[in-house]
Write a protein that binds this ligand. Structure first.
Ligand code: PEP
Ligand code: MN
Length: 360
């Protein structure tokens, strides 16, 4: 195809302008990057809407066309957006959760005396136990059973985050005592949720690992307190948290000097009703890529039902999870919380058999 010589000439002029624009855009980006770095040093936000509108006003008043004011605004808004992205991107390696800051996997060991379990190492870890700690008998039976099934880390809630204030709220300190003595008696480690900064100290005295639940995932005071408690933390993803928000909750704990964090995907809220939550396995894969922390999957709270736990657990491990969290109760039908979704002992035995020899 023959091209008109005038067009060819003009196109060459456009090419030259493109290159000039490129140089200018990168000159601008380098300046923005310096501003961004200084803002980070001063703990200032990068986005400043006032500054953006001032810049737009200046541009609009200087605009002689032929681009319309609207087009000029649109073009520069894109440039501003790209600049903000650049500022945020250059912060990322500084985030302690980031694999850029710490390329190797972090392993998290939960230990008491000569009992220990390690997340993020060669072996997959299974956490199992009842939703709520209800009685010494229930915990003794559960501890003996899960131990017989090869579990090392038992769960049990003493403080229960219930949707209704009239639901069973947990036994509190008495529950912590019951849980830790059952764990000690049967040679198990014990993980328990803590919901209130005021309970962190006592919970840390009884539990070998502290859990932050989905409803407290962005309780920043609590995150700071568990960051200071000197115990490994099982950190659930908020049910409406983006992956980035979830990882930033880990950052709160890391910022306190505690890197013993196990991230736990437990399903997010979606329109779907046939499962209690929607298990977001993409988040597990992304978290494994973006962070150096171990990631596990709570299949029980994700599913909210007992009949799909084996395939979900298999999928979790296939996607790179370092372990699985599951609820088991001696008599789920009478459980004081989550009685629809806890496995009974024989279903748990089937789960163990179906999963095969995958646990460490
Ligand atoms: C729990 O593990 O006891 C619990 C309440 O889970 P989540 O915070 O994920 O709902
Ligand atoms: Mn539960």
């Amino acid at each position: 195809m023959q091209t008109d010589s005038t067009i060819l000439e003009l196109r060459q002029a456009v090419n030259a302008v493109n290159l000039e624009l490129l140089t200018k855009l990168n000159e601008r980006a380098a300046l923005v990057a310096q501003i961004g770095a200084r803002q980070t040093e001063l703990s200032m936000a990068h986005f400043d809407p006032k500054r953006e509108s001032e810049m737009l006003e200046l541009l609009v008043s200087a605009n002689a066309g032929p681009f319309s004011q609207g087009t000029v605004k649109q073009l520069f808004k894109e440039i501003f957006k790209a600049s903000l992205d650049l500022e945020e991107k250059q912060d990322k390696p500084k985030l302690k959760y980031s694999r850029k800051a710490h390329p190797e996997n972090t392993t998290v060991t939960v230990v008491r005396g000569d009992i220990s379990v390690t997340f993020g190492g060669a072996h997959k870890v299974l956490i199992a136990g009842p939703c709520s700690i209800e009685s010494a008998e229930q915990m003794d039976a559960t501890a003996a059973f899960v131990k017989s099934q090869g579990v090392t880390l038992m769960r049990g809630g003493a403080y229960k985050p219930r949707t209704s204030p009239y639901g069973f709220q947990g036994l509190g300190v008495a529950g912590l005592e019951i849980g830790s003595s059952a764990a000690r008696k049967h040679g198990l480690l014990f993980v328990a949720e803590v919901m209130d900064t005021r309970d962190v100290e006592i919970a840390a005295q009884h539990a070998d690992m502290l859990q932050v639940g989905t409803r407290n995932a962005q309780n920043f005071a609590l995150l700071k307190a568990v960051g200071q408690a000197g115990k490994p933390v099982l950190l659930k993803r908020g049910m409406s948290s983006t992956i980035e928000e979830w990882l930033l909750t880990a950052e709160y704990i890391l910022a306190e000097g505690n890197d013993r964090i196990v991230l736990c995907e437990r399903g997010i809220r979606t329109f779907e009703k046939w499962t209690r939550n929607t298990l977001d396995l993409s988040a597990v894969a992304v978290a494994k890529l973006e962070t150096h922390l171990p990631v596990i999957v709570d299949v029980t709270h994700a599913a909210g039902r007992t009949d799909i736990l084996t395939p979900l657990a298999k999928a979790a491990l296939a996607v790179g999870a370092d372990g699985v969290h599951i609820e088991v109760h001696p008599d789920p039908a009478t459980a004081l919380s989550d009685n629809q979704q806890q496995l009974d002992f024989s279903a748990f035995e089937r789960f163990i058999a179906d999963m095969g020899n995958v646990w460490g």
